[in-house]
Design a protein around this ligand. Structure first.
Ligand code: HEC
Length: 415
C-alpha cells in the first residue's frame, strides 16, 4: 500500500467522522426559522423553569439542561407547554401573587414555541452552557430539627407508583412552634411529592405497627390524615418558612411524611431505596398561630359551573391556598369579597388537575375583615369527568373541588 493511498484513506475517514458528527449535532427536519437558539436563549429558561426535575437523576424522564438530550423533545415540549401541563404550576400570574412559583412568562413561552417549531437551533458552540450542579443542601438554611426515615424504603423493580406514609418521631419534650418544613429526598429520581403532617394522636404509629415493612400504605378505612398538612413539597418548588407565623408542634408529636413515589418510563424496571430527610424550622411563642379553614364544593349537578363560598368569622390574614380539583375544569377562580364589596383576587387555576398537589403561598398575606366571604367559581368542561380520590387534607372525597385556606390572626404579618 502506498503512503499516498493510506493518507487518502485517513483523510476520507476523518472527513466522514466530521460529517457524521455534524449530522448528529445539527440534524433538523424543519428549516431553521427561530430567532432563538438553545445555548444563548433557551438554556436559561429550561434551567430555571424545568431543570429542577428535568436534569440527570431528576424526577422527569429527560434532561432539558443539555442540548443533546433536549432537542429530540422539541415537539413534545411544544405540546406540553401549549397544553399548560408543563411546567406543573397552574396558577395564572397577576391574579394573586405567590412566593413559591410562577407561570411561564408569556415571552418565554413564545420563545419556547418559536424554537421548538423553528428547527430548534443549538446556537454558537462557543456559548455551550454548563449543566447546573446538584441542588443545594437545605436551601432555607440548616433546620432546627432534622429527621430521617428510620430505615430505607425499597421500591422494587415491578412497582411503578406507590404512596407510603412514614412516621418520624420528633422526641420533643415540650411544645414547639414550626414556621416551615423542607425535604431532602433520598432517591431524587422517584420522590415526586411529599406531604408533611403533625400527628400528636398516635394514629400514624398505630397504623405503622399494623403494616409490614417501613411505614404504612393507604388502604380502605384508614383515615390518615384528617388535617391540613404542615408542608407540601415537590422538586424545585421552594419551600416556605414563615417569618412570624407558625403551627404548634405538641410535645412528643410525630411528623408523618406521606411520600408519593413514581417512576417514569426511563426508570421503570429499576429498583430504588429511599431514605428521605425532613427539616423543620423553628419559631417561638410570639408567632401567630397558623390555622386552616376548609371549603368543599357541592356535588356536581350537570351544570357547567360549580360555585360555593364560605364566610370568614374573625379578622384574618390569609397566607396560602391549597386546592384539590378532582373534576375536569377549564378554570377555577378563588376570590375574597370583603363586607364592603371589594373583590380581592386570590387564585386563578387554568386546566387544573391533581397530578402535582400545590400549596400557593401569597407573596403578601391577604388581610380579610370578619364577615368577608371566600368564593370559588369553577367552569367545567362539558361532560367533565370526576374522579373521587383521597384528599390530602381530609376533605370529603365526594366533593369535586375542595380547598384549604391557611391563615393567621389579622395584622400579625403586615406590621
Ligand atoms: C416539578 C417537576 C417538573 C418540572 C418543573 C417540569 N417538568 Fe416536565 N415532566 C415532569 C415529569 C415527572 C414528567 C413525566 C410525566 C409525568 O410523570 O407526569 C414530565 C414530562 C414532560 C414532558 C413529556 C415527556 C414525555 O415523556 O412525553 C415534556 C415535554 C416536559 N415535561 C417538558 C417540560 C418543560 C418544557 C418544563 C419547563 C418549562 C418542564 N417540563 C418542567 C416533571 C417536571
Amino acid at each position: 500500500m502506498s503512503t499516498r493511498y493510506v493518507r487518502w484513506c485517513l483523510g476520507a475517514a476523518v472527513a466522514l467522522v466530521a460529517v457524521g458528527g455534524q449530522i448528529e449535532e445539527t440534524e433538523t427536519h424543519t428549516p431553521i426559522a427561530s430567532r432563538w437558539n438553545y445555548n444563548e436563549h433557551l438554556f436559561p429558561i429550561f434551567r430555571d423553569n424545568c431543570g429542577s426535575c428535568h436534569r440527570d437523576g431528576g424526577i422527569a424522564p429527560m434532561s432539558l439542561v443539555s442540548y443533546r438530550s433536549a432537542y429530540p423533545w422539541a415537539q413534545s415540549i411544544r405540546e406540553e407547554v401549549l397544553g399548560l401541563r408543563m411546567p406543573p404550576w397552574k396558577a395564572e400570574d397577576g391574579f394573586g401573587d405567590f412566593r413559591n412559583g410562577h407561570a411561564l412568562p408569556a415571552h418565554e413561552m413564545d420563545m419556547i414555541l418559536e424554537w421548538s417549531s423553528g428547527g430548534y437551533p443549538q446556537g454558537p458552540r462557543s456559548q455551550s452552557p454548563a449543566a447546573p450542579g446538584e441542588p443545594e443542601e437545605w436551601p432555607l438554611g440548616p433546620p432546627a430539627l432534622e429527621l430521617r426515615m428510620a430505615e430505607p424504603f425499597t421500591l422494587d423493580w415491578s412497582t411503578n407508583e406507590v404512596v407510603r406514609y412514614f412516621v418520624l418521631p420528633t422526641g420533643t419534650t415540650e411544645e414547639r412552634f414550626v414556621t416551615g418544613a423542607d425535604v431532602m429526598p433520598g432517591a431524587a429520581a422517584i420522590v415526586r411529592d411529599v406531604a408533611i403532617y403533625i400527628d400528636a394522636t398516635g394514629t400514624a404509629r398505630a397504623l405503622d405497627a399494623e403494616d409490614d415493612g417501613p411505614g404504612f400504605g393507604e388502604a380502605e378505612g384508614r383515615d390518615f390524615p384528617a388535617t391540613a398538612p404542615l408542608a407540601l413539597w415537590s422538586p424545585g418548588r421552594p419551600s416556605v418558612r414563615q417569618e412570624d407565623a407558625a403551627r404548634t408542634l405538641p410535645a412528643g408529636a410525630d411528623i408523618v411524611a406521606r411520600v408519593h413515589y413514581k417512576k417514569t418510563w426511563i426508570t421503570e424496571g429499576e429498583e430504588f431505596a429511599d431514605q428521605s430527610r425532613i427539616g423543620l424550622y423553628a419559631g417561638d411563642e410570639s408567632d401567630r398561630a397558623v390555622e386552616s379553614m376548609l371549603l368543599s364544593s357541592p356535588e356536581r349537578t350537570g351544570e357547567l359551573t360549580l360555585t360555593f363560598s364560605q364566610e370568614v368569622e374573625t379578622d384574618v390574614s390569609a397566607l396560602a391556598v391549597l386546592p384539590e380539583v378532582a373534576i375536569e375544569a377549564k378554570d377555577v377562580q378563588v376570590v375574597a369579597v370583603t363586607p364592603t364589596g371589594t373583590r380581592v383576587p386570590m387564585l386563578f387555576l387554568r386546566e387544573p388537575d391533581t397530578a402535582w398537589p400545590t400549596r400557593y403561598w401569597f407573596d403578601t398575606p391577604i388581610d380579610l375583615p370578619a364577615g368577608s366571604t371566600i368564593e370559588v367559581n369553577a367552569i367545567l368542561h362539558p361532560g367533565a369527568d370526576f374522579t373521587p380520590g383521597r384528599s390530602l387534607f381530609g376533605a370529603d372525597p365526594s366533593a369535586p373541588i375542595r380547598l384549604v385556606v391557611d391563615y393567621a390572626a389579622a395584622g400579625a404579618l403586615a406590621d
